[in-house]
Ligand binder design. Sequence first.
Ligand SMILES: Cc1cc2nc3c(=O)[nH]c(=O)nc-3n(C[C@H](O)[C@H](O)[C@H](O)COP(=O)(O)O)c2cc1C
Length: 153
Amino acid sequence: MKAVIIYDSVYGNTAKIARAMKDALAAHEVDMIKVGDADMEKVKGADLLIVGSPTHGGRPTPAMKNFLRKIPKNTLQGIRAATFDTGIPKAGQGAFLKLVISVLGYAAKYIATALKKKGATILKAETFYVIGKEGPLKNGELDRVQSWVKVFL
Ligand SMILES: Cc1cc2nc3c(=O)[nH]c(=O)nc-3n(C[C@H](O)[C@H](O)[C@H](O)COP(=O)(O)O)c2cc1C
């Protein structure tokens, strides 16, 4: 199986999740590409496409949105895809922040919708949690990657 992981990251937390996915898929051929270096040529021949971004205002980063917009129509036909994001958990926040996070949502769903529009079959869309804006990742999130990735093997 060939997997391509395309990710963005500002403070490094989403990059850590992407790296853990690559490591968990080590028995396979895996390319891990930061979104600024990604293009559709690099996705060609992939059996599994994983795309992840930090959540900014309920959406992916501008660079990721730009990448998703530029994917030509139907080019992901027949490709299995999974999406992920990092974001702040609702649990433990005050009522106002809880409401804001609920209304805005998380980036993984936005990415999944965008990839589906280009023809991909979406297997999963997942949020991995950070404790604050700059991280760190919540305890156990890197371990959670292990079981998340197993589903695709
Ligand atoms: C401009 C900005 C907007 C953000 N908006 C949200 C949001 O809407 N929901 C959320 O859960 N986290 C939000 N966050 C927190 C980010 O999700 C967090 O910075 C990110 O998960 C860290 O990933 P990174 O280290 O890969 O950049 C925001 C952070 C920034 C900087």
